[in-house]
Design a protein around this ligand. Structure first.
Ligand code: ZN
Length: 160
């Protein structure tokens, strides 16, 4: 079947930045799964997926506006250290998880003090043009429960 709204798509991907440096690679591990049409993956990649079938391989270069957005220069914020969810010592340049009113979020540490941190709340991949090498592994109809939750259950998705 072809990828369209409310399909569950399982795929492998290799992600590289504009210089060709590899950032993520799922081919050595488990594929990723998402529910098509609900913003579960970046907009540029979701658009490229549409209409493809299991077994398809393709390569897509996606500009920041269709990936993780442009970098905002006003995105550095001071936060309490107790909001940090990542274990261990926090150092400048590290990507850490922090809890916010909108759930956990990844930020980059700019400066680390004793009780507060300055963090850059831009997504670590904001402002980057990204290249994906993709292999579509499986395309199936979403279950009624998956449609209601707007995400995938089982392998590559949520377990609850
Ligand atoms: Zn669910």
């Amino acid at each position: 079947m072809k990828i369209a709204g409310n399909c569950v798509v399982t795929f492998h991907y290799r992600l590289s930045d504009a210089d060709g440096k590899a950032l993520e690679d799922s081919f050595d591990g488990d594929p990723m799964a998402y529910l098509h049409g609900h913003g579960g993956i970046i907009p540029g990649l979701e658009r490229e997926m549409k209409g493809r079938e299991a077994g398809a391989t393709f390569n897509a270069t996606i500009p920041p506006a269709m990936a993780y957005g442009e970098r905002r220069e006003d995105a550095v914020q001071r936060i309490q250290k107790k909001a940090v969810m990542t274990k261990g010592r926090v150092k400048p340049g590290m990507v850490i998880s922090v809890s916010t009113d909108h759930g956990p979020r990844q930020v980059v540490v700019v400066k680390a003090g004793k009780f507060v941190l300055d963090v850059d709340t831009n997504h670590p991949l904001a402002g980057q043009t990204l290249t994906f090498d993709v292999e579509v592994v499986e395309v199936r109809e979403a279950t009624p429960e998956e449609r209601a939750h707007r995400h995938v259950h089982g392998p590559g998705g949520h377990h609850h």
